[in-house]
Structure formats: structure tokens, C-alpha cells
Write a protein that binds this ligand. Sequence first.
Ligand code: ADP
Length: 474
Amino acid sequence: SPGILNHSSKWRYSTKVEYKPIRSVLVANRGEIAVRVFRACTELGIKSVAIYSKEDRAHIHRLKADESYLVGEGLPPVQAYLNIPEIIKICKDHGIDAVHPGYGFLSERSDFAQAVIDEGIRFIGPTPEVVYKMGDKVAARDAAIAAGVPIVPGTDGPITTKEEAKEFCIKHGLPVIFKAAYGGGGRGMRVVRKMEEVEENFQRASSEALSAFGNGAMFIEKFIERPRHIEVQLLGDRAGNVVHLYERDCSVQRRHQKVVEMAPAPHLDPKIRQQMTDLAVKLAKHVGYENAGTVEFLCDEQNNFYFIEVNARLQVEHTVTEEITGIDLVQSQIRIAEGMTLPELGISQDQIKPSGFAIQCRVTTEDPAKNFQPDTGRIEVFRSGEGMGIRLDGASAFAGAIISPYYDSLLVKVIAHSKDLQSACAKLNRALREFRVRGVKTNIPFLLNVLENQKFLNGAVDTYFIDENPQLFK
Ligand code: ADP
């Protein structure tokens, strides 16, 4: 996503980091990802530290940590987790060695990474400079060009007038996609296919962006028809070593947001896989990428692929890569932040051998029958699917848990690992059928429809799949 340019004028980089063992990690996040990081800490013998808003005072992520501290009293629920000075103060007051930002919240804020480092605390992620560059769409595209990575044709920078929009469309042709320059998470996008609709759509998209993100500036890109979303997982260290952990396919999306993710990408031409992974590594080396990150591409039906963005953080779908490679990405992140190199961690490119097929679905507390409206309340009954090849990553999935309206609606990620796409889907399907959730609605009926769709089972879906198959909602 284009990210937030909130400090461009007073920006300065200081990346002087003292590498030494990490004894405690504060997770500046909540829910599922906080618990995921605490688990890695515990396995490494590192103390885990939670922060929680007052709305989350009874949330399980607080109880899963060795220590926990209230943040953002008096602030709205989301703002509580964005309160940088208070999070830094907690770290200083309690002698915390490192901060993990998770995904969402402060994870792509270079000013946060910098504030952490300025206090002599380790930031478990790339340097602030790299977080900044990768969050700035123009800088990220420039880096891709410099590394020889093909990009989607687009405007050179944010534009603000309908005349500029029209000019781009005349020059490059239709269809195009408008993206909020300061948006993200798949929100604020609009596809335009007719020249006479360019100006009006631009005005509307821009005013939507203004009210949603506080800035009406837009990017325009050529719209790639029927793309698959394929992304490459990377790990880099302070010595400049970078490896890829192969790719994920995240084409199953609803409103440009990922719903089902898998690794490896089904039917991907091995030559294309080689090119994509090589270019992703080249880009990472070019910018001095340290820690875990992802390079995202769109791939069209003719096997042309285009860079769209770098996510300079851990992603929701990192699990499927862990399953096929056997590498714990969060533990690797922590070790890299301690200063260990990839060779010291026993990670070298020729030893990363993907095995089998992994697929994840995001079980959310949303009602597919009501246009995925979030549901809230108390979970009265909860039983989960289990058994061979099933992994569950969650935080509030148990009887008695209160699902609040304040945060995103992810309940649990269900991951299946098996020898191939069909058998992994059969496992996931079987596990989802074992779930019993009463008290709040979930999207499980919808996920089961996806997992039973023949086109899906053939591994032949692109980002149009959900939109073109309204029967999946029933
Ligand atoms: P965000 O950062 O908001 O998630 P991305 O740039 O990663 O946005 O795009 C999210 C999704 O939107 C992509 O996976 C793809 O489905 C769609 N998309 C984005 N850009 C294009 C494009 N130029 N052509 C076609 N689809 C696109």
C-alpha cells in the first residue's frame, strides 16, 4: 500500500543499531499476530510483553504474554495501539530489549521504527529508511525500476486533478485503476473502463480518499486484466545476504482483500517462478533489505508479471510459507534483529526446499448472508477442527470469548498442509466442517463454498474469482 508520508520534512535516518541478544520483546499489536509472536518468543526463551487497550483488558493476547501493560487510556480503541510515545515509554520503564510491530497498526510506520531505535531498543523489521522507502509508492517503484523489476505503468507521483487523470488515460489507454495515494488494505480502489467515466470517477474516488484517509491524492495505474496475485517471501540480514522462501498465491480476494492464500502458486511456470524470485531478491539487495519482507506481483494470463508493492513487515499469510519450507519466520525475524546472519541461522538458498502444498483461510466473524457484515457478541459454543496437517493461529477463538466491534474481525486462521492442492483443500474442508461456532456468525459457509468450487480445486483462479461467482455467498 502507498503508506503514510507523515514526516517527510523532518526526516532523518539513524540506523546505528547495537546488535546483541534479545531478552524481551514487546509486541505493539493485539490479537492473533500478538499471540503468534509471543509463541516464537517463548520457544526462544525470550520474555514476551503485551500492550492492551482498555477494550482489550480481558482479551486473550494480554494473558498469553509474560507481562502486559495498558496503553491509550482515554483514546479510541484503535488509537490506543498507535500511541507511539506511550509504547516507547513502556519499553523504557520496563527495560524491554525489542519491539515487534506485527501487521497493521504501526507496522509500516518508519517514524515508529525510528523512535524505537532512537531509544536504543531493537526494531524487529527492516531499517526505518527501508520501511519509509517501501511505504512510499514512488520510491518503491523507483527502487524496482533500478533493480530491473517490471512495474505496472502508472503516474509518476500522486495526482490531484481530473485533468491529470484524463491525460494519463489518453496516453496509456484503458482500463485503469485509481488508488488512494495514502490508502491501503485494498481500500479506496476503483477500476475505470470508459473514457467518458474517467473524470467523474476520479472526482468521486478522490473525495472518498479524502474522507477515508485525510488526503485526496490518487495514483493511476494500468489495470491488469484477470491477474493472479503472486508474492515472494524474503529474508535478509545485516550482512546483505538475502534469500527467498518461494512464492504465495493470494488471488482469492474479496474487494481487493485476501481471503484464501496458498503456497506454492498452482501451475506457476517454473521459468516465471525463477524470474520472479530472482528479481525479488535483486530488489531486496538493491535497497539493503534486512529482516522479513514480501515483494508483491500481479501476473497476467500471458505470464507477464508486474511489481505492485513491497510489504516491509510480516504478513497475515506468512504461515503457508512456514508450512512448506519448515522455517519459522517469526523466530528468524527475532534472530536477525539480534544480529545473526542467515548462514549463522543455517538458512541458505540451496537448502530451502519447499515441500508439499499449504493453504490458509481466514475465518472471520462476518456474516456472508448479510454482505459480510461483522458480527459481535459472546461465543457461546466453540469447537475447532483438528487433526493431521491442520494448524490454527488465532487469539479469540474459544467459548466465552467476547467479539467486540472495535477491531478487525479475524477469528482464527486455519492452515492445512498436505502433499498437493487437492489433498490440502480436502483437509481444510474437513477441518472447517468440524468447527462449531455458536453465538457469533462466521464466514465458514462461504469458505466451504470456495473449497468445493471445481475451478478453485483445479488451481485456476484469478482475482476475479469471487466477484464472478456470487453463488459462493449462499
Ligand atoms: P493494498 O496495499 O491496498 O492492499 P495493493 O496495491 O496491494 O493494495 O493491491 C491489492 C489488490 O488490488 C491486488 O492484489 C489486485 O487484486 C488489485 N490490484 C491492485 N493494482 C492492480 C492493477 N494495476 N491491476 C489489476 N488489479 C490490481
